[in-house]
Design a protein around this ligand. Structure first.
Ligand code: BGP
Length: 479
Protein backbone atom coordinates (compact mmCIF):
# COMPACT_ATOMS: atom_id res chain seq x y z
CA UNK A 1 0.00 0.00 0.00
CA UNK A 2 1.43 3.39 -0.94
CA UNK A 3 0.36 6.45 1.05
CA UNK A 4 2.56 8.74 -1.06
CA UNK A 5 4.58 9.86 1.92
CA UNK A 6 7.33 12.43 1.33
CA UNK A 7 10.75 10.88 1.14
CA UNK A 8 13.33 13.60 0.84
CA UNK A 9 17.07 13.54 1.01
CA UNK A 10 17.78 15.67 4.05
CA UNK A 11 19.98 18.74 3.96
CA UNK A 12 22.62 18.58 6.70
CA UNK A 13 23.94 21.86 7.95
CA UNK A 14 25.47 24.03 10.60
CA UNK A 15 24.55 27.41 12.05
CA UNK A 16 25.92 30.55 13.57
CA UNK A 17 24.29 33.91 14.33
CA UNK A 18 25.90 37.26 13.55
CA UNK A 19 25.92 38.65 17.08
CA UNK A 20 27.31 35.47 18.60
CA UNK A 21 29.89 34.83 15.88
CA UNK A 22 31.10 37.98 14.12
CA UNK A 23 32.54 40.29 16.75
CA UNK A 24 34.01 43.37 15.04
CA UNK A 25 31.27 45.36 16.74
CA UNK A 26 32.72 48.71 15.70
CA UNK A 27 34.15 47.65 12.34
CA UNK A 28 32.89 48.96 9.02
CA UNK A 29 30.59 51.54 10.55
CA UNK A 30 28.44 48.93 12.33
CA UNK A 31 25.98 50.40 14.82
CA UNK A 32 25.79 49.21 18.41
CA UNK A 33 23.06 46.63 18.96
CA UNK A 34 21.19 45.02 21.81
CA UNK A 35 23.67 42.16 22.13
CA UNK A 36 26.71 44.44 22.32
CA UNK A 37 25.48 45.79 25.66
CA UNK A 38 24.82 42.44 27.34
CA UNK A 39 27.44 41.75 30.01
CA UNK A 40 28.90 38.38 30.90
CA UNK A 41 28.01 37.68 34.51
CA UNK A 42 29.34 34.49 36.16
CA UNK A 43 26.47 32.07 36.67
CA UNK A 44 26.76 32.10 40.45
CA UNK A 45 25.01 35.47 40.75
CA UNK A 46 21.60 36.60 39.55
CA UNK A 47 22.89 36.23 36.03
CA UNK A 48 19.65 35.73 34.11
CA UNK A 49 18.25 39.13 34.97
CA UNK A 50 21.50 40.96 34.37
CA UNK A 51 22.45 39.21 31.17
CA UNK A 52 19.07 38.72 29.52
CA UNK A 53 16.56 41.18 30.94
CA UNK A 54 18.41 44.45 30.64
CA UNK A 55 17.48 47.64 32.46
CA UNK A 56 18.41 51.11 31.17
CA UNK A 57 21.04 51.32 33.93
CA UNK A 58 22.84 48.22 32.60
CA UNK A 59 22.64 49.60 29.06
CA UNK A 60 24.01 53.00 30.11
CA UNK A 61 26.92 51.38 31.91
CA UNK A 62 27.66 49.26 28.86
CA UNK A 63 27.66 52.18 26.48
CA UNK A 64 30.58 53.84 28.27
CA UNK A 65 32.47 50.68 29.16
CA UNK A 66 35.33 49.15 27.24
CA UNK A 67 35.55 46.26 29.65
CA UNK A 68 36.03 42.83 28.12
CA UNK A 69 32.98 41.46 29.86
CA UNK A 70 30.82 42.19 26.80
CA UNK A 71 31.43 38.95 24.90
CA UNK A 72 29.22 39.69 21.89
CA UNK A 73 31.57 42.51 20.94
CA UNK A 74 34.18 39.87 20.09
CA UNK A 75 31.97 36.87 19.32
CA UNK A 76 34.26 34.26 17.78
CA UNK A 77 35.97 37.03 15.84
CA UNK A 78 34.35 35.66 12.71
CA UNK A 79 34.62 39.11 11.16
CA UNK A 80 38.35 38.43 10.84
CA UNK A 81 38.32 34.63 10.50
CA UNK A 82 35.44 34.20 8.04
CA UNK A 83 37.61 32.91 5.18
CA UNK A 84 39.14 30.13 7.24
CA UNK A 85 35.78 29.34 8.80
CA UNK A 86 33.99 29.00 5.50
CA UNK A 87 36.85 26.81 4.25
CA UNK A 88 36.32 24.61 7.31
CA UNK A 89 32.59 24.37 6.56
CA UNK A 90 33.42 23.39 2.99
CA UNK A 91 35.79 20.71 4.30
CA UNK A 92 33.09 19.52 6.67
CA UNK A 93 30.88 19.02 3.65
CA UNK A 94 27.68 20.62 4.93
CA UNK A 95 24.89 21.11 2.40
CA UNK A 96 23.55 24.25 4.03
CA UNK A 97 24.83 27.00 6.29
CA UNK A 98 22.45 28.91 8.52
CA UNK A 99 23.69 32.40 9.30
CA UNK A 100 22.16 35.72 10.15
CA UNK A 101 22.79 39.25 8.98
CA UNK A 102 23.54 41.86 11.59
CA UNK A 103 20.79 44.46 11.18
CA UNK A 104 23.08 47.13 12.71
CA UNK A 105 25.85 46.33 10.22
CA UNK A 106 23.48 47.08 7.33
CA UNK A 107 21.53 49.86 9.03
CA UNK A 108 23.68 51.15 11.92
CA UNK A 109 20.85 53.08 13.59
CA UNK A 110 18.07 51.05 12.00
CA UNK A 111 16.04 53.96 10.64
CA UNK A 112 18.28 55.08 7.76
CA UNK A 113 16.91 55.24 4.23
CA UNK A 114 19.98 53.65 2.66
CA UNK A 115 22.14 50.74 3.83
CA UNK A 116 25.72 51.06 5.02
CA UNK A 117 28.05 50.30 2.05
CA UNK A 118 30.66 48.67 4.30
CA UNK A 119 28.05 46.34 5.73
CA UNK A 120 26.94 45.37 2.24
CA UNK A 121 30.56 44.75 1.23
CA UNK A 122 31.12 42.42 4.21
CA UNK A 123 28.13 40.22 3.39
CA UNK A 124 28.93 40.32 -0.34
CA UNK A 125 32.20 38.57 0.49
CA UNK A 126 30.47 35.94 2.62
CA UNK A 127 27.74 35.17 0.10
CA UNK A 128 30.20 35.14 -2.83
CA UNK A 129 32.31 32.57 -1.05
CA UNK A 130 29.33 30.41 -0.11
CA UNK A 131 28.15 30.57 -3.72
CA UNK A 132 31.56 29.52 -5.00
CA UNK A 133 31.65 26.63 -2.50
CA UNK A 134 28.17 25.49 -3.54
CA UNK A 135 26.94 25.69 0.07
CA UNK A 136 23.26 26.57 0.25
CA UNK A 137 22.09 29.32 2.57
CA UNK A 138 19.44 29.31 5.27
CA UNK A 139 19.23 32.95 6.28
CA UNK A 140 17.94 34.12 9.63
CA UNK A 141 17.13 37.69 8.78
CA UNK A 142 16.98 38.76 12.40
CA UNK A 143 18.61 36.68 15.12
CA UNK A 144 17.97 38.66 18.31
CA UNK A 145 20.32 41.62 17.74
CA UNK A 146 18.37 44.85 17.21
CA UNK A 147 20.06 48.22 16.56
CA UNK A 148 20.20 49.84 20.00
CA UNK A 149 19.11 53.15 18.53
CA UNK A 150 15.73 51.61 17.68
CA UNK A 151 15.35 50.49 21.27
CA UNK A 152 16.33 53.79 22.85
CA UNK A 153 14.61 56.14 20.41
CA UNK A 154 11.58 54.17 19.31
CA UNK A 155 10.92 51.73 22.18
CA UNK A 156 11.93 48.62 20.21
CA UNK A 157 9.16 46.46 18.74
CA UNK A 158 6.51 48.13 20.91
CA UNK A 159 6.54 50.73 18.15
CA UNK A 160 4.77 49.82 14.93
CA UNK A 161 7.23 51.84 12.91
CA UNK A 162 9.77 49.07 13.35
CA UNK A 163 7.79 47.06 10.80
CA UNK A 164 8.70 49.66 8.15
CA UNK A 165 12.36 49.76 9.18
CA UNK A 166 12.53 45.98 9.16
CA UNK A 167 10.93 45.82 5.70
CA UNK A 168 13.52 48.26 4.38
CA UNK A 169 16.22 45.90 5.65
CA UNK A 170 14.42 42.89 4.12
CA UNK A 171 14.16 44.57 0.72
CA UNK A 172 17.93 45.14 0.62
CA UNK A 173 18.51 41.47 1.41
CA UNK A 174 16.11 40.38 -1.37
CA UNK A 175 17.59 42.75 -3.95
CA UNK A 176 21.17 41.84 -3.22
CA UNK A 177 21.58 38.18 -2.29
CA UNK A 178 18.47 36.36 -3.47
CA UNK A 179 20.27 34.06 -5.88
CA UNK A 180 22.24 32.35 -3.11
CA UNK A 181 19.54 32.04 -0.41
CA UNK A 182 17.20 29.02 -0.40
CA UNK A 183 15.46 29.47 2.93
CA UNK A 184 14.54 32.65 4.79
CA UNK A 185 13.55 33.01 8.38
CA UNK A 186 12.26 36.48 9.25
CA UNK A 187 12.86 35.96 13.00
CA UNK A 188 14.82 33.51 15.10
CA UNK A 189 12.77 31.72 17.80
CA UNK A 190 9.96 34.24 17.66
CA UNK A 191 8.45 32.92 20.92
CA UNK A 192 11.60 34.15 22.71
CA UNK A 193 9.84 37.53 22.68
CA UNK A 194 7.90 36.66 25.83
CA UNK A 195 10.52 34.62 27.65
CA UNK A 196 13.31 37.03 26.96
CA UNK A 197 11.78 40.36 25.90
CA UNK A 198 15.05 42.27 25.63
CA UNK A 199 16.62 39.75 23.26
CA UNK A 200 13.42 39.00 21.42
CA UNK A 201 11.62 42.30 20.98
CA UNK A 202 14.07 44.91 22.31
CA UNK A 203 12.09 45.74 25.41
CA UNK A 204 14.05 47.33 28.26
CA UNK A 205 13.12 46.08 31.73
CA UNK A 206 12.06 48.59 34.33
CA UNK A 207 13.98 48.42 37.61
CA UNK A 208 12.25 46.17 40.19
CA UNK A 209 9.17 45.72 38.07
CA UNK A 210 8.10 42.84 35.87
CA UNK A 211 7.55 43.45 32.17
CA UNK A 212 4.23 44.94 31.12
CA UNK A 213 2.72 41.94 29.32
CA UNK A 214 0.52 44.08 27.07
CA UNK A 215 3.68 45.70 25.70
CA UNK A 216 5.34 42.32 25.27
CA UNK A 217 2.44 40.92 23.22
CA UNK A 218 1.99 44.14 21.26
CA UNK A 219 5.67 43.90 20.29
CA UNK A 220 5.30 40.29 19.34
CA UNK A 221 2.27 41.15 17.25
CA UNK A 222 4.34 43.71 15.37
CA UNK A 223 6.88 40.99 14.63
CA UNK A 224 4.08 38.73 13.35
CA UNK A 225 2.97 41.50 10.99
CA UNK A 226 6.59 42.20 9.93
CA UNK A 227 6.98 38.51 9.23
CA UNK A 228 3.81 38.38 7.10
CA UNK A 229 4.81 41.51 5.19
CA UNK A 230 8.28 40.06 4.59
CA UNK A 231 6.72 36.90 3.18
CA UNK A 232 4.37 38.97 1.03
CA UNK A 233 7.28 40.99 -0.40
CA UNK A 234 9.62 38.02 -0.60
CA UNK A 235 7.16 35.90 -2.55
CA UNK A 236 7.07 38.67 -5.17
CA UNK A 237 10.82 39.26 -5.29
CA UNK A 238 12.70 35.99 -4.68
CA UNK A 239 12.51 32.26 -5.32
CA UNK A 240 13.48 31.10 -1.80
CA UNK A 241 11.07 29.66 0.75
CA UNK A 242 9.95 31.45 3.90
CA UNK A 243 9.62 29.84 7.28
CA UNK A 244 8.68 30.56 10.83
CA UNK A 245 10.67 29.39 13.80
CA UNK A 246 9.84 28.66 17.41
CA UNK A 247 11.83 27.24 20.28
CA UNK A 248 10.24 23.85 21.02
CA UNK A 249 10.32 22.51 24.55
CA UNK A 250 8.51 19.18 24.05
CA UNK A 251 6.32 18.99 27.15
CA UNK A 252 5.46 15.68 28.81
CA UNK A 253 2.89 15.40 31.59
CA UNK A 254 4.63 14.43 34.83
CA UNK A 255 2.06 11.71 35.47
CA UNK A 256 -1.13 10.29 34.00
CA UNK A 257 -3.11 12.50 36.39
CA UNK A 258 -5.65 14.42 34.24
CA UNK A 259 -4.48 17.76 35.71
CA UNK A 260 -0.88 17.10 34.66
CA UNK A 261 -2.09 16.25 31.16
CA UNK A 262 -4.15 19.41 30.98
CA UNK A 263 -1.13 21.40 32.09
CA UNK A 264 0.96 19.77 29.38
CA UNK A 265 -1.57 20.90 26.75
CA UNK A 266 -1.74 24.45 28.11
CA UNK A 267 2.03 24.84 28.52
CA UNK A 268 2.73 23.54 25.04
CA UNK A 269 -0.01 25.70 23.51
CA UNK A 270 1.02 28.94 25.10
CA UNK A 271 4.79 28.46 25.22
CA UNK A 272 5.37 26.83 21.87
CA UNK A 273 2.44 26.58 19.47
CA UNK A 274 0.93 30.04 19.88
CA UNK A 275 3.48 31.82 17.64
CA UNK A 276 3.73 28.98 15.15
CA UNK A 277 -0.08 28.81 14.95
CA UNK A 278 -0.31 32.51 14.08
CA UNK A 279 2.44 32.37 11.46
CA UNK A 280 1.52 29.04 9.92
CA UNK A 281 -2.28 29.03 10.10
CA UNK A 282 -2.58 32.80 9.71
CA UNK A 283 -4.69 33.69 12.74
CA UNK A 284 -4.55 33.88 16.52
CA UNK A 285 -5.51 30.53 18.07
CA UNK A 286 -8.71 30.51 20.13
CA UNK A 287 -6.96 29.31 23.32
CA UNK A 288 -5.09 32.63 23.54
CA UNK A 289 -8.32 34.56 24.18
CA UNK A 290 -8.57 33.12 27.67
CA UNK A 291 -4.84 33.53 28.26
CA UNK A 292 -5.06 37.26 27.41
CA UNK A 293 -8.29 37.82 29.37
CA UNK A 294 -7.04 36.16 32.55
CA UNK A 295 -3.95 38.35 32.53
CA UNK A 296 -5.62 41.59 31.43
CA UNK A 297 -3.42 41.71 28.36
CA UNK A 298 -4.65 44.29 25.85
CA UNK A 299 -3.07 45.24 22.55
CA UNK A 300 -4.03 46.38 19.09
CA UNK A 301 -4.62 44.08 16.14
CA UNK A 302 -6.06 45.87 13.12
CA UNK A 303 -8.36 44.33 10.49
CA UNK A 304 -5.61 44.89 7.96
CA UNK A 305 -3.16 42.95 10.17
CA UNK A 306 -5.58 40.02 10.30
CA UNK A 307 -5.83 39.98 6.53
CA UNK A 308 -2.06 40.16 6.11
CA UNK A 309 -1.49 37.28 8.52
CA UNK A 310 -4.12 35.17 6.80
CA UNK A 311 -2.73 35.75 3.31
CA UNK A 312 0.98 35.38 4.07
CA UNK A 313 1.66 32.24 6.04
CA UNK A 314 4.96 30.39 6.28
CA UNK A 315 5.99 27.94 3.55
CA UNK A 316 7.71 25.70 6.07
CA UNK A 317 7.92 25.38 9.83
CA UNK A 318 11.19 25.28 11.72
CA UNK A 319 12.19 24.96 15.32
CA UNK A 320 15.05 24.73 17.76
CA UNK A 321 15.14 21.69 19.97
CA UNK A 322 17.57 21.23 22.83
CA UNK A 323 15.63 19.54 25.59
CA UNK A 324 12.26 18.18 26.57
CA UNK A 325 10.26 19.57 29.49
CA UNK A 326 7.81 18.32 32.07
CA UNK A 327 4.44 19.79 33.05
CA UNK A 328 3.44 19.13 36.62
CA UNK A 329 0.71 20.56 38.82
CA UNK A 330 2.77 19.76 41.89
CA UNK A 331 5.92 21.49 43.09
CA UNK A 332 8.82 19.30 41.98
CA UNK A 333 12.53 19.76 41.53
CA UNK A 334 13.23 22.17 38.67
CA UNK A 335 15.90 22.35 36.02
CA UNK A 336 16.85 24.92 33.39
CA UNK A 337 16.38 24.65 29.67
CA UNK A 338 16.50 26.79 26.56
CA UNK A 339 14.51 29.91 27.59
CA UNK A 340 12.34 28.03 30.12
CA UNK A 341 12.76 26.49 33.54
CA UNK A 342 10.99 23.15 33.83
CA UNK A 343 10.32 20.23 36.13
CA UNK A 344 13.12 17.70 36.22
CA UNK A 345 12.54 14.46 34.34
CA UNK A 346 13.88 11.52 36.40
CA UNK A 347 14.46 9.48 33.24
CA UNK A 348 16.84 11.94 31.58
CA UNK A 349 20.37 13.19 32.00
CA UNK A 350 21.14 16.87 31.66
CA UNK A 351 24.18 18.87 30.60
CA UNK A 352 26.03 21.18 32.99
CA UNK A 353 23.46 23.92 32.36
CA UNK A 354 20.58 21.62 33.31
CA UNK A 355 19.22 21.14 29.77
CA UNK A 356 17.72 17.65 29.67
CA UNK A 357 19.07 15.54 26.85
CA UNK A 358 16.32 13.65 25.05
CA UNK A 359 16.76 12.34 21.48
CA UNK A 360 13.32 10.68 21.49
CA UNK A 361 11.82 14.08 22.27
CA UNK A 362 13.10 15.25 18.90
CA UNK A 363 11.14 12.52 17.13
CA UNK A 364 8.07 13.40 19.18
CA UNK A 365 8.49 17.09 18.34
CA UNK A 366 8.85 16.40 14.62
CA UNK A 367 5.68 14.34 14.72
CA UNK A 368 3.76 16.95 16.70
CA UNK A 369 4.85 19.79 14.40
CA UNK A 370 4.06 17.95 11.18
CA UNK A 371 0.79 16.58 12.43
CA UNK A 372 -0.28 20.05 13.49
CA UNK A 373 0.71 22.03 10.39
CA UNK A 374 1.17 19.55 7.52
CA UNK A 375 3.97 21.67 6.11
CA UNK A 376 7.60 20.67 5.56
CA UNK A 377 9.66 20.88 8.73
CA UNK A 378 13.22 22.12 9.17
CA UNK A 379 15.17 21.45 12.36
CA UNK A 380 16.88 24.81 12.38
CA UNK A 381 18.76 24.34 15.67
CA UNK A 382 19.94 21.46 17.78
CA UNK A 383 23.16 20.61 19.54
CA UNK A 384 24.95 19.96 22.79
CA UNK A 385 26.34 22.76 24.94
CA UNK A 386 29.42 21.44 26.73
CA UNK A 387 32.53 22.74 28.47
CA UNK A 388 35.05 21.15 26.09
CA UNK A 389 38.67 20.95 27.15
CA UNK A 390 41.81 20.71 25.07
CA UNK A 391 43.61 17.53 26.04
CA UNK A 392 47.36 16.96 26.30
CA UNK A 393 47.59 15.97 22.66
CA UNK A 394 46.13 19.40 21.75
CA UNK A 395 42.87 17.82 20.56
CA UNK A 396 39.27 17.91 21.73
CA UNK A 397 37.95 14.43 22.30
CA UNK A 398 34.23 15.19 22.38
CA UNK A 399 32.85 11.67 22.19
CA UNK A 400 29.83 12.89 24.24
CA UNK A 401 28.90 15.23 21.35
CA UNK A 402 29.27 12.43 18.81
CA UNK A 403 26.99 10.29 20.97
CA UNK A 404 24.47 13.15 21.23
CA UNK A 405 24.41 13.77 17.47
CA UNK A 406 24.24 10.09 16.61
CA UNK A 407 21.24 9.50 18.87
CA UNK A 408 19.42 12.59 17.62
CA UNK A 409 20.07 11.70 13.98
CA UNK A 410 18.65 8.20 14.56
CA UNK A 411 15.47 9.79 15.85
CA UNK A 412 15.22 12.09 12.82
CA UNK A 413 15.36 9.01 10.61
CA UNK A 414 12.66 7.41 12.72
CA UNK A 415 10.50 10.51 12.33
CA UNK A 416 10.94 10.34 8.56
CA UNK A 417 9.75 6.76 8.71
CA UNK A 418 6.79 8.00 10.76
CA UNK A 419 5.92 10.06 7.68
CA UNK A 420 7.20 13.46 8.75
CA UNK A 421 8.30 15.63 5.83
CA UNK A 422 11.71 16.72 7.14
CA UNK A 423 13.65 19.20 5.00
CA UNK A 424 16.88 19.18 6.93
CA UNK A 425 18.89 19.40 10.09
CA UNK A 426 21.04 22.31 11.17
CA UNK A 427 23.53 21.82 13.96
CA UNK A 428 23.72 24.79 16.27
CA UNK A 429 26.97 26.67 16.75
CA UNK A 430 28.90 24.53 14.29
CA UNK A 431 31.91 26.71 15.09
CA UNK A 432 32.05 27.65 18.81
CA UNK A 433 30.25 30.93 19.47
CA UNK A 434 29.13 32.98 22.46
CA UNK A 435 26.08 31.57 24.24
CA UNK A 436 22.94 33.62 23.61
CA UNK A 437 21.45 32.71 26.99
CA UNK A 438 24.33 33.05 29.40
CA UNK A 439 26.86 35.07 27.35
CA UNK A 440 29.55 32.43 27.92
CA UNK A 441 32.13 31.42 25.35
CA UNK A 442 32.82 28.30 27.36
CA UNK A 443 29.41 26.80 26.65
CA UNK A 444 30.44 25.25 23.37
CA UNK A 445 28.39 23.55 20.67
CA UNK A 446 30.77 23.37 17.73
CA UNK A 447 32.62 20.69 15.85
CA UNK A 448 35.24 23.42 15.55
CA UNK A 449 36.80 24.74 18.76
CA UNK A 450 37.57 28.44 19.13
CA UNK A 451 40.34 29.22 21.59
CA UNK A 452 38.84 31.97 23.74
CA UNK A 453 37.44 32.16 27.26
CA UNK A 454 34.42 33.94 28.72
CA UNK A 455 36.32 37.21 28.96
CA UNK A 456 37.74 37.03 25.46
CA UNK A 457 41.23 35.89 26.49
CA UNK A 458 42.81 33.53 23.99
CA UNK A 459 44.17 33.26 20.46
CA UNK A 460 40.81 32.58 18.74
CA UNK A 461 42.65 29.79 16.91
CA UNK A 462 40.34 27.18 15.36
CA UNK A 463 40.83 23.48 16.20
CA UNK A 464 38.80 20.66 14.71
CA UNK A 465 37.22 18.53 17.43
CA UNK A 466 36.80 14.75 17.07
CA UNK A 467 33.15 15.41 16.23
CA UNK A 468 34.28 17.25 13.08
CA UNK A 469 35.51 14.06 11.44
CA UNK A 470 32.45 12.18 12.67
CA UNK A 471 29.96 14.71 11.23
CA UNK A 472 32.01 14.97 8.02
CA UNK A 473 31.85 11.21 7.57
CA UNK A 474 28.15 11.11 8.39
CA UNK A 475 27.29 13.79 5.83
CA UNK A 476 29.47 12.16 3.16
CA UNK A 477 27.60 8.87 3.62
CA UNK A 478 24.25 10.68 3.34
CA UNK A 479 25.05 12.20 -0.07
C1 BGP B 1 18.67 29.45 21.01
C2 BGP B 1 19.17 30.60 20.21
C3 BGP B 1 20.60 30.56 19.82
C4 BGP B 1 21.48 29.72 20.70
C5 BGP B 1 20.85 28.52 21.31
C6 BGP B 1 21.63 27.87 22.42
O1 BGP B 1 17.75 29.91 21.93
O2 BGP B 1 18.44 30.77 19.03
O3 BGP B 1 21.03 31.84 19.52
O4 BGP B 1 22.46 30.36 21.31
O5 BGP B 1 19.57 28.74 21.78
O6 BGP B 1 21.46 28.62 23.59
P1 BGP B 1 22.66 29.09 24.47
O7 BGP B 1 23.54 29.86 23.57
O8 BGP B 1 22.08 29.91 25.55
O9 BGP B 1 23.30 27.86 24.98
Amino acid sequence: MDLNLPNRKLLWGGATAASQYEGGWQEGNKGIDTQDVRPYVPRTSNATTTTRLLTQKVIDEAKVSNHRRYPFRSGSQGYYHWEDDLALLKELGIDIYRLSISWARLFPRGDEQEPNPEGLAYYDKIFDRLRSYGIRVFLTMNHYAIPLYLVEHYGGWTNRILIDFYLRFAKVVFERWADVIDYYLPFNEINAGYFSPFNGVGLVKEEDKPYDQSLVFQSLHHQFVASAKTIELGHKMVKGKFGCMVACFCYYPYSCKPEDNLKQVIDENTNTWFCADVLTRGYYPSYMQRFFEERNIEFTITEEDKKLLKENTADFVSFSYYQSSVASTEEKEKTAGNLVVTTKNPYLEANEWGWQIDPVGLRITLNRVYDRYQKPVFISENGLGYRDVISDDCKIHDEYRIDYLKKHFEQIKEAQRDGVDVLGYIMWGVIDIVSAGSCEMEKRYGVVYVDADNLGNGSYRRIKKDSFAWYQDFIAKEK
